[in-house]
Design a protein around this ligand. Sequence first.
Ligand SMILES: C[C@@H](N)C(=O)N[C@H](C)C(=O)O
Ligand SMILES: [Zn+2]
Length: 230
Amino acid sequence: DLPVGFVRLREVAPTIQYDIRYAGPHNFVGRPIAAYAAPECILTRQAAEALAAAARELAAQGLGLRVYDCYRPAQAVADFVAWARDLGDEAMKPEFYPRVPKTELFARGYIAEKSGHSRGSTVDLAIVRLDQKPAPPWAPGEPLADCALPMGERFDDATLDFGTGYDCFDVRAHHGAAGIPAEATTNRETLKTLMQRHGFTPYAEEWWHYTLAGEPFPGTYFDFPVTGGP
Ligand SMILES: C[C@@H](N)C(=O)N[C@H](C)C(=O)O
Ligand SMILES: [Zn+2]
């Protein structure tokens, strides 16, 4: 049921954990995003196989990968663009972009109007300890904590400390950022060198965002929905 060249990550890398934020309410918009019909990770086969190899390498150290977003339909990107125009809706600002005006989220590179995720070889992810119990999910109405607060004060999704939470649109999420703990800098470096060894390129503004170099569909922005499949 997927376009030729795409796979569900769980078929290629069954041990990789999922926290697909855009299929639920815990994201910078505060509701499920258009065309995310299931909390699923779909990628090009090349990207999925490269991630599977990265996860195998980490497992030897008792560590694993958790993906937040994979292939992103063009309709979902259009949903972000429409949300950004509604300046009256800043429901999730206190957690996800407390220091950036909503009007600048695209201009500062935190969200793309034409996203590499729609080409199917870009992934947002973190590293987890394999023996770590999953954190309870965030529920609508729970207090929102600034994503750039120290671990223990921001929302805890039980990953290693990367210095900020996922989709923290803030200078502290940039590679090379000052003001984050040394351990978080080390964890970012571990993720970056692992991903680079497996063919992915980092993104300066977001420690969690990687694109496969030599991706198979460099000029195609897909728009099929994210579904659970068989
Ligand atoms: C929104 C965030 N998770 C992300 O992926 N940002 C980049 C710039 C994108 O939208 O492609
Ligand atoms: Zn991303």
